[in-house]
Design a protein around this ligand. Structure first.
Ligand code: ADP
Length: 190
């Protein structure tokens, strides 16, 4: 099994790159943001709950997110590996993921971060908001709140994975193909 965590700030291009990487490495792509949005669209109980947090740019509580992620992994028993996108986003989530994978005699292979500066990313998100219909992309205040959530709760994961010798970073600025190439180089050398 190869299990990759795709890491980066909101708008860094995780979803875009995941589309290429999942085919290339035969991985099941699990995007917590996409799964929450699917639930919101279908008006499930989970969706109704998640929406109250997401619309403000806050993180959904760990307990809810961890449970959901585990059930998605369970649904894919035959997977050759996973590409985690948008998860983990807190230390508690990372710890829960390590414990959960260990129960399956499995582990995270590597965390690969897409690096880009905040001003470029905020501009990208506002641009995406014009067509995505995502309320959290349309308002600069909500976007700034997502960065604050990232800095407080998600950034410490860099240290968490570095201590496990699993953290790699690539430059997230450039053409989509160039960035896929940079990510592939890291994954091919694992
Ligand atoms: P982006 O990376 O562009 O901010 P995502 O689509 O990954 O967007 O996530 C959108 C929103 O979904 C987040 O702002 C958050 O509210 C919620 N969310 C996604 N993943 C998680 C997670 N692992 N923990 C808590 N909330 C999450």
């Amino acid at each position: 099994m190869i299990n990759i965590v795709l890491f980066g700030k909101p708008g860094a291009g995780k979803g875009t790159q995941a589309e290429f990487l999942k085919g290339k490495y035969n991985l099941v792509h699990l995007s917590t943001g996409d799964i929450f949005r699917f639930n919101i669209k279908n008006e499930t109980e989970l969706g109704k709950l998640a929406r109250t947090y997401m619309d403000k740019g806050d993180l959904v509580p760990d307990e809810v997110t961890i449970k959901m992620l585990q059930s998605e992994v369970e649904k894919n028993q035959d997977a050759a590996g996973f590409l985690f996108d948008g998860f983990p986003r807190t230390i508690a989530q990372a710890e829960a993921l390590d414990v959960f994978l260990a129960t399956k005699n499995d582990k995270i292979t590597a965390t690969v971060a897409l690096e880009a500066n905040d001003e470029i990313l905020v501009a990208r998100l506002l641009e995406r908001g014009k067509t995505s219909g995502r309320p959290d992309d349309q308002d600069e205040e909500k976007i700034r709140n997502r960065y604050q959530e990232y800095n407080e709760k998600t950034a410490p994961l860099m240290d968490y994975y570095t201590k496990q010798n699993k953290f790699y970073a690539v430059d997230g600025i450039g053409s989509i193909a160039d960035i896929t190439e940079r990510l592939s180089k890291v994954i091919d050398n694992l």
